[in-house]
Design a protein around this ligand. Sequence first.
Ligand SMILES: Nc1ncnc2c1ncn2[C@@H]1O[C@H](COP(=O)(O)OP(=O)(O)O)[C@@H](O)[C@H]1O
Ligand SMILES: [Mg+2]
Length: 236
Amino acid sequence: MLLEINNLDVRYGRNHAVKAMNLNVDDNEIVAVLGANGAGKSSLLKALHGLVPVHAGSIVFSGDDLTMKSSAERVDSRLALVPEGRQILVSMTVHENLLLGGYRRQGSTLLDDIESIYERFPNLGERKDSQASVLSGGEQQMLAIGRALVARPRLIMLDEPSLGLSPILVDQLFELIKNLRGEGISILLVEQNIKKALEVATRGCVMELGSVVLEGASDSLAKDSGLVHAYLGTQN
Ligand SMILES: Nc1ncnc2c1ncn2[C@@H]1O[C@H](COP(=O)(O)OP(=O)(O)O)[C@@H](O)[C@H]1O
Ligand SMILES: [Mg+2]
């Protein structure tokens, strides 16, 4: 198993955001985490990336216990996060943002990898010396994903990547997610676009108030959409 999440608990004071969560992601899998606003999805990903403390439970990635490790060490283990809202540095150039994604790496292979990001996303290549603030929303999402790829991840966690994108860009994004899997990268995908997420995912789960209330193969979850909608409110 690539990622094992065992009884994971995240608390903010008395607010219990993630409750004894268990979830696994295997090599070559896309696992969707669905749920309404406030369900605990971002808290889960932040805990997996060491950005909020783990109150209880453990996180094992490629056989290493990461529970107490820093974010930087998790990047070294090749676990990457594309955070909610993209979080790119808009006053820096596209190229500088990509260099930051490789801050734990050294040498010329980093620049080769950045070149391959420009080949994958030609719009970024054309604007590599421009401030990231000039990028469209879709390009900013590509930059956020490119920055994660520069760390050569085995697993990428994406937090609501389709939020705010036009339908055409949403389709391109999900195409990219499928391609990444084809390249051997596993994906933990937090989404509110249930339909699209379950189309690309192998398995999925639904969170409500910090707990997994539904999980299974994505085709069976998609058939169960009445139930899924019940947990997600009216957005979809
Ligand atoms: N930094 C924080 N401090 C206190 N409470 C927080 C913080 N971040 C999130 N929460 C709370 O934790 C719960 C889960 O939030 P979050 O993980 O952002 O959910 P989601 O990503 O599913 O919308 C919510 O009740 C939210 O208000
Ligand atoms: Mg969130």
